[in-house]
Design a protein around this ligand. Structure first.
Ligand code: GTP
Ligand code: MG
Length: 197
């Protein structure tokens, strides 16, 4: 089991091929801007101050590698597809994210975050399909569970899985606000790392 007592920022870079050394398995967090990627990473590490979080989309603008107890890197990425992010910024982030996902030599898996309050967007669907086509093991976290009534959750999870062509077991509810789903995501991440090893 991964130890999260000692997590530190190992590298911040805009170059998708600039991995920190020594090489270690990597788990990347992808999703729309503002979906809660940095918050989820912090929740997994039980440290609210690790990755920077903001109310306004476009907070994370580079690839940020967090060294998790010397065992792996958690990779916080910029978000995609938020209309409020200027076009020129989106044009640099696309290749950054894609270049990273395409060429990372040690990518053990991806946590793809989707806003649980809404249907997956076209870009969410494209991202999940793209990862599946490349055989990259993917877990979908439906974020902001605290804002979705409990009675709606089960149906929404199966609808989302169906819309994305995934098994319902690949989709979990998550809230960084309440901590719901933290342990499920954490154990899924651990399995991805074991499969890579
Ligand atoms: P970018 O770096 O801009 O791509 O965003 P991000 O995906 O890293 O999102 P971030 O973690 O910065 O969170 C964005 C906003 O969503 C912040 O205002 C968070 O407080 C809020 N947020 C994150 N997780 C949750 C959650 O589980 N529930 C609720 N209600 N709000 C959340
Ligand atoms: Mg972020």
């Amino acid at each position: 089991m991964l130890e999260v007592h000692e997590v530190r920022l190992a590298r911040t870079t805009a170059d998708p091929d600039d991995h920190p050394s020594p090489p270690r398995p990597e788990i990347a967090f992808v999703g729309r801007s503002n979906v809660g990627k940095s918050s989820l990473l912090n929740a997994l590490c039980r440290n609210r101050r690790l990755a920077r979080v903001s109310r306004s989309p476009g907070k994370t603008q580079t690839i940020n590698y967090f060294d998790v107890g010397g065992a792996c890197y958690f990779v916080d990425l910029p978000g995609y597809g938020y209309a409020a992010v200027p076009e020129e910024v989106r044009r640099t982030w696309g290749p950054m994210i894609e270049g990273y996902l395409e060429r990372s030599p040690r990518l053990a898996g991806v946590v793809s975050l989707i806003d649980g309050r809404h249907d997956p967007t076209e870009l969410d669907r494209r991202m999940v399909t793209w990862l599946a086509e490349r055989g990259i093991p993917t877990l979908v976290a439906l974020t902001k569970a605290d804002s979705v009534p409990r009675g709606r959750r089960r149906a929404r999870l199966s609808e989302t899985a169906a819309a994305l062509g995934l098994d319902p077991e690949q989709v979990v509810w998550f809230s960084s606000r309440t901590g719901e789903g933290r342990d499920s995501v954490f154990s899924a991440v651990n399995s991805l790392l074991q499969q890579e090893a």
